[in-house]
Design a protein around this ligand. Structure first.
Ligand SMILES: [Zn+2]
Length: 356
């Protein structure tokens, strides 16, 4: 076995690296940025439609009324149907091999002679989510900017005060990494070989640290976020890992020695969860806080979580995930996939990064 001094020596470089990260993060003036799905960031795909040029502008309102009744645009309802003397008739792939003239004769007989000519045009397939996506679009459409979305894509989503709070919690995650390396003799040469998760309740006493975890390198699924969720469960009289009949439950999902260490460095910090409310109690008092493990909680992680962990955070209903380093191998919030933008999932958290 290595003598203690040698152990300390081997840990020195990584501890120094972590300190460098902490200092860099403190000095950074950059705001965090939201990791958003393609529906926020990519140009809207275009679809080909037939438009008819109306012979007499006086007929326009009658034409529109008839078209809306007989051949409504359905999926293209975000589009304004008319522009000057041009009217959208239908998407090209609706025609099923017939000409646009034949299509009108079958579907809207009384409009067969009101158009001077027809032409194919390209229009946006769906409505843009934010103003940035609007510039490149040709045809007029209904767009009402959502102020929250606009802020989300801006460069100043968080106020200076909020940024200080987020940076503090990410810093605590780095401090915990140092603690685990030193207290548990973790030999790592690259910080990305481990991960720390910090679970914060933003609603308690202006933020409270509910749970902290480090991944267990000797266990196939005890990744940091999975352990963190289990630690949160322990604050709610649950949990499956390292529990026994003698387990004394409390409201802190944090190693007691680590908790002591952190209170010395951050004496002002609050620790612990709100009093646990069972599913029945939550429904009795019509609370919107439960009943899921991480409802409303913010999660701070050194490294982007994998698919398993990200999905577990979806199930636990985490509200926001913050991470520092991308996990290029298997990250599920940006690197390989953006789980937060999968439409079929019934819960979506927000994801922010950009600490360094
Ligand atoms: Zn994972």
């Amino acid at each position: 076995m290595d003598p203690p001094l040698k152990k300390l020596k081997t840990q020195e470089p990584i501890i120094k690296t972590i300190d460098t990260y902490i200092n860099k993060m403190r000095e950074s003036k950059e705001n965090l940025h939201a990791v958003l799905g393609d529906d926020f960031t990519k140009p809207i795909p275009l679809i080909k439609v037939y438009a008819g040029h109306v012979k007499n502008p006086k007929d326009l309102s009658r034409i529109i009324l008839t078209l809306n009744e007989k051949v409504p645009l359905k999926e293209l309802s975000h589009l304004k149907r008319v522009r000057k003397r041009e009217v959208i008739l239908c998407p090209i792939d609706c025609l099923n091999g017939v000409s646009i003239q034949q299509y009108l004769e079958v579907n809207v007989q009384n409009l067969y002679d009101v158009f001077e000519y027809f032409r194919e045009i390209e229009v946006p397939m769906y409505a843009p989510k934010v103003k940035k996506q609007c510039n490149m679009l040709a045809w007029s459409y209904n767009f009402h900017p959502n102020m929250y979305y606009e802020k989300l894509v801006s460069d100043d989503f968080f106020s200076v005060n909020e940024m200080n709070i987020h940076k503090k919690y990410m810093e605590i995650a780095f401090v915990c990494a140092k603690w685990y390396i030193q207290e548990h003799n973790r030999y790592i040469t690259d910080l990305l070989d481990m991960n720390i998760t910090l679970v914060i309740d933003p609603l308690v006493k202006s933020n409270s640290v509910v749970a902290i975890s480090c991944n267990n390198e000797n266990h196939p699924i005890q990744h940091s976020a999975m352990v963190a969720i289990d630690n949160v469960a322990k604050t709610q009289k649950g949990g499956v890992w390292n529990v026994s009949d003698n387990t004394v439950y409390n409201l802190k999902g944090i190693d007691e020695k680590l908790h002591q260490h952190l209170t010395e460095i951050y004496p002002e910090e609050n620790f612990g969860a709100r009093n646990y409310m069972s599913k029945d109690e939550a429904s009795d008092c019509d609370s919107s806080d439960g009943p899921y493990l991480c409802t409303g909680y913010y999660i701070y992680m050194i490294k982007e979580p994998c698919v398993m962990c990200s999905m577990a955070l979806v199930h636990a209903r985490a509200k926001r995930i913050f991470y520092t380093f991308p996990n290029e191998l298997c990250g599920a919030l940006c690197s390989k996939v953006k789980l937060q933008s999968v439409p079929s999932l019934n819960h979506r958290f927000e994801v922010f990064t950009g600490f360094l």
